[in-house]
Write a protein of this length. Structure first.
Length: 518
């Protein structure tokens, strides 16, 4: 039995399905120029923002159902006058949220865009992935097809692709813009390390393709023997995401020269292991690791470190593109949890990590990878020189995808990775700071209308003329969870961060004023 993103695919990857899927993808490649390079072409984009990831890991994410709203940025595709968008969701999305996006469309009216937008919901808030919910509803699949004018000029865009998305593609007879799940091992922690090593890319010392607790112990011992001054190691599940699935082992009072080091690590593993996911205990972590597999690698430290990431894309006609670079902000246990990112990454090293990523992308092209993916790095500065360690490949959209898409759709610019600058058509540049994790108990109870009203009153909304301001996403999570996502766009990263600080101050003040009045 194989797996993709921790999900069993036995029974879903049949030869007949593979054959039809392959033909669909071949036709997609032949139609690509007509579909994508002509803004006036009549086409339909079916957006499936399903987080088809391990259910147990998703339980640790607050308001996870509303993460489906992150791909609402793709409603900006409606700026093309003959493009239709079909957007699926687990639960209905509030009309105020849709209006919020449509009013920013450049070049078309929101009423015209709404006529070309179809919103469909499963009315199902369970923890199953959205794609599984759709597959369980044949009438919903038929309704999707009823809204596709010409299947030859349609494709499906997903957050990530597993056998379930592949099955849905075959049922709809519409291609996916993404990687065949048969290749997703390349995007696991083990597969990433193997690819990095194969093409000579620097990656932390480590051991991959582990499955048992004993193999983890042996790997920890080996790392300490190879590097006696090592103080910490990271244990990572193959398909963990956003730091969930990671744990840090601390080599406390363990000497690499001790003959009984294997026994010491065995005795201390449980007590000296810090699991990143707060709701997961040691037994649960080891059980999940056994089913998913993973790696152990050294924890690299330095006086000055950074965590850049690079977004890439391979299109259906085989072109490799560097889309963006970001500096990720990480928190949690030893900085393992993704909190937000600034764009673009620092110019002192953005070109270097982009060039390395281009090498990786070209290798992935040879393997048959398609669509967007990200590459994460850990960068350490010593004696004025940056050393970059490739950490992992994410063969999916990620936390840096929707902020960049929003910037690009709103401003029509392009990132020049060789200069490290995002340029708009008039030559001006833009930056942003983005986060999916702006949260406070104070914000609970705010409905979408409240948020829009607060943003308008306090001059926070994105200004289309100035091309600066704040974009909100995951608005539906605000009322129940007090959580929201933001993209703060400005001329400099410093100004973008000021927008972020201002947003927090405004929300805090507005919530306090209303509470005081009551």
């Amino acid at each position: 039995m194989r797996y993709t993103n921790g999900i069993s695919i036995a029974g879903h990857d049949l030869p007949h399905t593979n054959k039809i899927f392959s033909l669909l993808q071949q036709k997609f490649a032949s139609n690509y120029k007509d579909i994508f390079l002509n803004d006036l072409a009549e086409k339909t984009v079916i957006i499936i923002p399903s987080l088809t990831l391990d259910e147990e890991m998703l339980r640790t994410i607050t308001g996870v159902t509303h993460y489906e709203e992150r791909m609402l940025c793709m409603l900006m595709l409606l700026r093309m006058p003959h493009t239709r968008v079909i957007y699926l969701s687990s639960v209905p999305i509030d009309s105020d949220i849709i209006d919020y996006y449509l009013h920013m469309l450049p070049g078309v009216t929101s009423s015209d865009a709404r006529q070309r937008l179809t919103l469909l919901s499963c009315y199902d808030a369970s923890r199953k992935s959205l794609t599984e919910k759709i597959l369980a509803r044949p009438r919903l699949i038929k309704r999707i097809l009823d809204h596709v004018k010409d299947p030859e000029m349609a494709h499906i865009s997903c957050f990530n692709i597993t056998s379930f998305e592949k099955e849905l593609s075959v049922k709809l007879k519409i291609p996916l813009y993404g990687t065949d799940p048969a290749l997703l091992y390349l995007g696991t922690k083990s597969g990433s390390r193997q690819l990095f090593k194969r093409i000579g890319i620097n990656t932390p010392a480590g051991i991959e393709d582990l499955t048992t607790e004993q193999e983890i112990i042996q790997a920890l011992v080996q790392l300490k023997k190879d590097n006696p001054i090592l103080e910490k190691a990271v244990i990572k599940m193959n398909d963990g995401f956003s730091g969930e699935g990671n744990a840090i082992f601390y080599y406390q009072q363990i000497n690499a020269g001790d003959a009984n080091m294997l026994l010491q690590v065995t005795d201390q593993l449980q007590n000296h292991l810090k699991i990143v996911a707060q709701q997961v205990n040691y037994r649960q972590f080891m059980e999940k690791f056994k089913s998913m597999g993973g790696i152990v690698e050294e924890f690299i430290e330095g006086e000055l470190t950074a965590s850049p990431s690079v977004q890439c894309r391979i299109n259906p006609i085989g072109m490799v593109e560097i889309i963006s670079t970001h500096d990720q902000e990480l928190g949690g246990e030893s900085g393992q949890v993704f909190l937000g990112a600034s764009f673009p990454a620092a110019k002192t090293y953005s070109q270097e990590v982009a060039a390395i990523s281009k090498q990786v992308a070209e290798e992935l092209l040879k393997e048959g990878v398609l669509g967007r993916f990200g590459i994460d790095f850990l960068s350490v500065k010593k004696d004025g020189v940056w050393t970059h360690y490739a950490i992992e490949i994410n063969l999916r959209k990620g936390g840096t995808t929707h902020p960049y898409l929003m910037l690009q759709f709103l401003t029509g610019g392009v990132y020049d990775w060789q200069e490290g600058i995002y340029k708009m058509p008039d030559g001006a540049s833009r930056c942003y700071f983005a986060s999916d994790n702006l949260a406070s108990e104070k914000y609970r109870g705010l409905i979408p209308h409240d948020l829009v009203n607060i943003a308008i009153t306090n001059n926070l909304l994105y200004d289309g003329e100035q091309r600066t301001g704040v974009m909100f996403h995951m608005i539906g999570a605000l009322s129940q969870y007090g959580k929201i996502g933001v993209v703060c766009i400005a001329e400099t990263i410093e100004e973008a961060r000021k927008f972020y600080t201002q947003t927090i101050e405004v929300l805090d003040k507005e919530c306090m004023v209303v509470n005081d009045e009551l």
